[in-house]
Design a protein around this ligand. Structure first.
Ligand SMILES: [Zn+2]
Length: 141
């Protein structure tokens, strides 16, 4: 997944977006926060430059929290149906991570790495074929 040109949105259809541009990373994040927002699984995300995402319908809600990395994260979601859409990170203000599940066609995604595997519950299946990192790939490591 080197470039993306796709549409996405939430479960109820109140929010729609286009995402276009170079994909800088495609990964699964096992951190505890992502377990909350995914409903239990790791979060599958791809990272693009902030201008790559254009909201075409609705206005997402957001929630700010301090992540395991110590960075402040702002997570955007549909205020009506709760679908997680994308997130920003205070340490990387120029990029966003888009939740794969919000794409119209999530099958275009292919994870290339796994982060925060030390936070995954034992029953999570860590993909042995992919690079894994016990913590994040940020400067906190
Ligand atoms: Zn919705």
């Amino acid at each position: 997944m080197q470039n993306v040109d796709a549409k996405g949105g939430c479960l109820c259809g109140a929010i729609r977006y286009n995402v276009y541009g170079r994909v800088m990373a495609a990964a699964a994040c096992h951190c505890r926060d992502c377990q909350y927002v995914s409903g239990g699984a790791p979060a599958y995300v791809f990272v693009v430059a902030k201008p790559s995402v254009a909201i075409t319908k609705g206005i997402p809600e957001h929630y700010d929290s301090v992540a395991d990395s110590g960075n402040r994260r702002r997570r955007y979601f549909c205020g009506k149906c709760g679908t997680p859409l994308y997130a920003e990170d205070s340490a990387f203000p120029d990029i966003v991570s888009v939740k794969v599940g919000s794409l119209d066609d999530p099958s275009i995604f292919k994870p290339e790495a796994q982060f925060w595997t030390s936070s995954a519950p034992k029953w999570h299946r860590i993909d042995a074929t992919l690079p894994k990192f016990e913590k994040g790939a940020s400067k906190s490591e």
